[in-house]
Ligand binder design. Structure first.
Ligand code: LHQ
Length: 257
C-alpha cells in the first residue's frame, strides 16, 4: 500500500511505519491521521508483521497537530472544535493501537509534542534517542491535553507529575522520561536505528499469541479491581496454553510436574 504521508516497510517480521512530513516535524494533518490508521489496520492483518515500530522521518518524531492547517482553517472563519477533531482524527487511531494484538514499539527519534506525545504514549512501549524530548505542549497553544494523554499520562507518571508536565509544558528529556517510566531505554542518536532494529527483531522473535494476551491483560489491569483482574488473568491463562502451541517453532508446553 502506498501512502503520501508515511513510509512503511516490513523486514524480518518488523513493520516500520515512519511519519513522513519532515518539513513540519511530522505534524498531523487529516490525511496522516487517516493513513496511519490504515497502515496499522493492514499491519494487524498482515501475517508477516509480528511487531510494529512507529517512528518519524528526519529529526522529529511528531510535533502534534499541524498548526498551519489549523491556522488556515481559523483564518477562513471556521469555528475551532477541538473535541470534534479529536473524535474524528485521533480516537480511531488510539482505539486501533490499543486493540491491535501485536506489540507497537514507539521509536522516538526526536521531539514528540502535543498530539505527537499522545500517539507516542499510546504505543505499548517507547525507546528514545538521547536527543529526543516529550512535550505536553497543549497549553502553549491554548488547548487542553488529549489525544490519549489524559488517560495515559497520569497512569504512567502519577497525578503530580502529570500536572507538572501538562501545566508547565516544558520539554522532558529522554533520560528523565526513562526515569519516570515513560520510555524504557535511550540510545545515542548515531546508534538509534540499529538499536531499535535489534530490539524490534527480538520482540518479533517472541511468541506472538502470548504477547497479544499479555497486552490485553496489562491494559485491562488499568481499569479493573483486584478480584475481576484475577478472574480475567485466569481466562488469559486458559487461553495461553493452546495459543502458545499454535506457533510452529515454539517449544512444547509441558504440564508442570
Ligand atoms: C510545525 C509544527 C506544527 C506545523 C513545528 N505544525 N508546523 C489535537 C487535535 C485537534 C486540534 C488541535 O490540536 C490538537 C493537539 C495538538 O497537537 S496542538 C499542537 C501541539 N504541538 C505544538 O504546539 C508544537 C509546536 N512546535 C513546537 O513547539 C516546536 O516546533 C518544537 C518544540 C516541536 C520543535 O522546535 P524546533 O526544533 O526549534 O523546530 P522549529 O520550531 O523551528 O520547527 C521546524 C519547522 O516545523 C518550522 O517550519 P519552518 O518552515 O519555519 O522550518 C515549524 O513551523 C514547523 N512546525 N511544529 N505542530
Amino acid at each position: 500500500m502506498d501512502f503520501e504521508t508515511l513510509l512503511v516497510e516490513t523486514v524480518n517480521g518488523v513493520t516500520t511505519i515512519s511519519l513522513n512530513r519532515p518539513a513540519v516535524l511530522n505534524a498531523f494533518n487529516q490525511q496522516m491521521n487517516r493513513e496511519l490508521e490504515q497502515a496499522l489496520r493492514s499491519a494487524e492483518r498482515d501475517a508477516s508483521t509480528r511487531v510494529v515500530v512507529l517512528t518519524g522521518s528526519g529529526r522529529a518524531f511528531c510535533a502534534g497537530q499541524d498548526l498551519g492547517t489549523r491556522m488556515a482553517m481559523l483564518e477562513a472563519g471556521a469555528t475551532p472544535h477541538l473535541g470534534e477533531g479529536l473524535r474524528r482524527n485521533y480516537h480511531p487511531l488510539l482505539r486501533r493501537m490499543r486493540a491491535m494484538p501485536k506489540p507497537i514499539l514507539g521509536a522516538l527519534n526526536g521531539v514528540a509534542a502535543g498530539a505527537g506525545a499522545g500517539i507516542a504514549l499510546a504505543c505499548d512501549l517507547r525507546v528514545m534517542s538521547e536527543q529526543a524530548t516529550l512535550i505536553q505542549a497543549f497549553v502553549r497553544v491554548g488547548l487542553v491535553p488529549d489525544a490519549g494523554n489524559f488517560w495515559n499520562l497520569p497512569r504512567m507518571v502519577g497525578l503530580g507529575r502529570a500536572f507538572e508536565l501538562s501545566w508547565l509544558a516544558e520539554p522532558l528529556s529522554a533520560a528523565e522520561a526513562v526515569r519516570l517510566g515513560l520510555a524504557v531505554r535511550t540510545f545515542p542518536p548515531d546508534r538509534f536505528p540499529i538499536a531499535v532494529k535489534e530490539l524490534a527483531e527480538r520482540l518479533a522473535d517472541g511468541p506472538p499469541a502470548l504477547y497479544g494476551l499479555i497486552k490485553r491483560g496489562l491494559y485491562r489491569s488499568s481499569s479493573l479491581g483486584l478480584e475481576p483482574m484475577l478472574q480475567y488473568g485466569a481466562l488469559l491463562g486458559d487461553a495461553a496454553g493452546p495459543s502458545a502451541m499454535r506457533r510452529p517453532d515454539a517449544p512444547a508446553v509441558r504440564p508442570a510436574t
